[in-house]
Design a protein around this ligand. Sequence first.
Ligand code: DGY
Length: 327
Amino acid sequence: MKKKVLVTRAVFDETLAYLSQHFDVTSNQADDKHSPSELAARLQGMEAALISSTDRVDDSLLARCPGLKAVCSFSVGYNHIDVAACTRHGVMATHTPGVLTDSVADFAVCLTLATCRRLTESEAMLRRGEWKGTHLKELLGMDLHHATVGICGFGRIGQVIARRLRGFEPRILYCTRHRLAPDIEREQHVAFAAKDELLRQSDIVILILPYSRETHHYIGAWELGLMKRSAVLINVARGGVVDDTALIEALKARRIWAAGLEVYENEPTFNPGLLGLSNVVLSPHIASASEPTRQAMAMTSARNCVAALTTGDPPNLLNPEVLKQQA
Ligand code: DGY
């Protein structure tokens, strides 16, 4: 008898076809978001689940799903998974690093340019029929070329953003927990700066660091106060990395010049105060949403699932300790 696998959100036909070669698959092609108790109910009898970043996996869910052996997220971020709890329950947890790096980096540059050059505000004016022709002093923006750009979080994606930006001939500062070796900094044309210094010096600050207890409200009122009044803040990291209420106050007071936000506290809801602001560009968590990248994310997650339930050693395992427990 085939093992049972749940796919919690809509995926591609190719993903389902591949999974069905190995498992008895129950999928949610209607794409309804499950509440924690619905998710627990659907997981009964399942040995693994392909999950999205909208599904919370924690102690209380795992305690209700004793037969579960693997949760395979189709996301690189995994703050929705309590990895330590998975380990305690003997559940393998996997994610999809690598396959979305380029698309997210592309999007970070896109959101930066859109924010600096007031693209959505300009388009809205045009759509309202209020464009009266070109005026010298209208809709003036900030330049990305030759700017000082500070990148907070300098893992895989942060480094590719820096590479993409090079064509704009910026000065790039970065801050991260693990500073790069001096020869790599030279090769990548970047300079390390402590967080406060980076915030003080940067014209544009791009956030691409994982969300955790340590990075909760990494940018709040105090940090916004360190930034230049002409600064642009871009959040392509995770909701919660920025204190959205403090950001709204800073944008209203023109304490910083503008922000581009791709992620929000409490997604998919967000602080309605953002909607009334003209100096913010908003996107609905789509940085990885190119057709080939989303296909690759789903397939990577499916391959992780197949490996987890066959060899027991999936490639993108977040908690290798779980294997030692089983040995
Ligand atoms: C990721 O993969 O972490 C993206 O943010 C999509 O959730």
